[in-house]
Design a protein around this ligand. Structure first.
Ligand code: FAD
Length: 315
């Protein structure tokens, strides 16, 4: 995956979407339809979250396989290492590589509620997971055998594609970081370990992103930093993300969502807020945008349409 800063007036802004594995069998069919609709828009990749401690492992891989087998879009697997042994994490990486997954978002993950930091396991940071992914892929044969269609038993030998490893970045600081520079230092460590790009935690103001990129660049971070943008379409969703991320309450958005009486109106507010963020960060030189899709295609595609990145949706 390659991201370059878009010159003004450039024809295409790279974009991608994040999904989570279905929570039940009944939501699987709906997710497949969402994948198809998102893939049809031509994203650079579709990423699938991974429950820390392996809680969604198999289901994450099923979604990634579906993307790989039914669309032309690159599947990107989130992987967490919290609570895992070194050997267990290596096994997991091999399982994903064997399934043909070549793009990862290497994360530390969080210990389950109530567990102490002692729960971390053998790998203590995402930087170590980046190194492990790199090492596991290096142990594999440098070529792969691809069946020749129409010629049973015949194979074509082709060099293996190198994995691409993304990492997380926190424009407003990780909620448990001791000081702001810790997050730039963590990003530098992840870059040194071999990360090829970063995706940010959601943020509410374009300056949060640009100030972070500026600090990261001044400290020596050179990898592309992709802004993560979430359309917030209800007060409940806003409360939930504030709880998860430790972000400050964006009062203007919170009030607008609170006073709007209809769900449609709240959805419009969330879309307009996210579209403005997309426009602003792209104008500020972001190498693309990554949208948290909440397993629905309509809202994120409308955000990109309103930001002028995609043509208006046909219904
Ligand atoms: P690291 O790179 O190891 O740490 C990053 C920063 O976190 C460090 O600078 C440090 O300042 C700070 N930090 C981390 N832990 C502590 C601590 N205990 N005390 C003090 N500072 C600390 N989680 C999932 O379980 N599954 C997912 O699929 C997932 N996807 C994500 C996608 C994105 C784009 C982002 C931004 C986050 C995602 N997360 C996911 C959450 C992530 O696992 C947590 O934020 C985790 O706490 C830190 O992971 P990391 O990879 O950034 O860790």
């Amino acid at each position: 995956m390659s991201f370059e800063t878009q010159p003004l007036g450039a024809p295409r802004v790279p974009f991608s979407f994040e999904l989570y594995p279905p929570r039940s069998e009944s939501s699987e069919g709906a997710l497949h339809e969402t994948v198809r609709r998102l893939a049809a828009a031509g994203p650079d990749f579709l990423s699938v979250t991974y429950g820390a401690g392996g809680s969604t492992g198999g289901r994450s891989l099923d979604v990634l396989r579906f993307i790989r087998e039914h669309t032309a879009v690159e599947p990107l697997a989130h992987l967490t290492c919290v609570g895992n042994t070194y050997a267990g994490a290596a096994r997991l990486i091999r399982e994903f590589l064997d399934a043909g997954i070549l793009s990862f978002l290497a994360l530390r993950g969080d210990p389950p509620a109530g567990q102490s930091e002692g729960f971390l396991g053998d790998l203590e940071s995402a930087a170590q997971l980046v190194q492990l992914i790199d090492r596991v892929q290096a142990e594999r044969a440098p070529y792969e055998e691809i069946p020749v269609p129409g010629n049973p038993g015949a194979v074509r030998v082709s060099p293996r594609r190198k994995v691409s490893i993304a990492v997380a970045a926190f424009p407003k600081g990780h909620p448990r970081a001791a000081h702001r520079t810790q997050d730039v230092e963590a990003l530098l460590a992840k870059q040194a370990a071999g990360a090829t790009f970063a995706i940010t935690q959601l943020f509410f103001h374009p300056d949060d992103y640009s100030a972070f990129v500026e600090r990261a660049r001044a400290a020596g971070v050179t990898i592309p930093i992709l802004p993560g943008i979430m359309p917030i379409t209800s007060p409940a969703r806003l409360a939930r993300v504030l709880e998860l991320t430790g972000e400050d309450l964006p009062s203007e958005l919170a009030i607008a969502l609170d006073v709007e009486p209809t769900p449609e109106g709240r959805r419009e507010i969330g879309i307009e807020w996210a579209a403005r963020l997309v426009r602003d960060v792209v104008a500020d030189g972001a190498p693309g945008v990554h949208l948290y899709a909440f397993n629905q295609h309509d809202t994120v595609l409308t955000v990109l349409a309103e930001a002028g990145i995609l043509p208006a949706l046909r219904r």
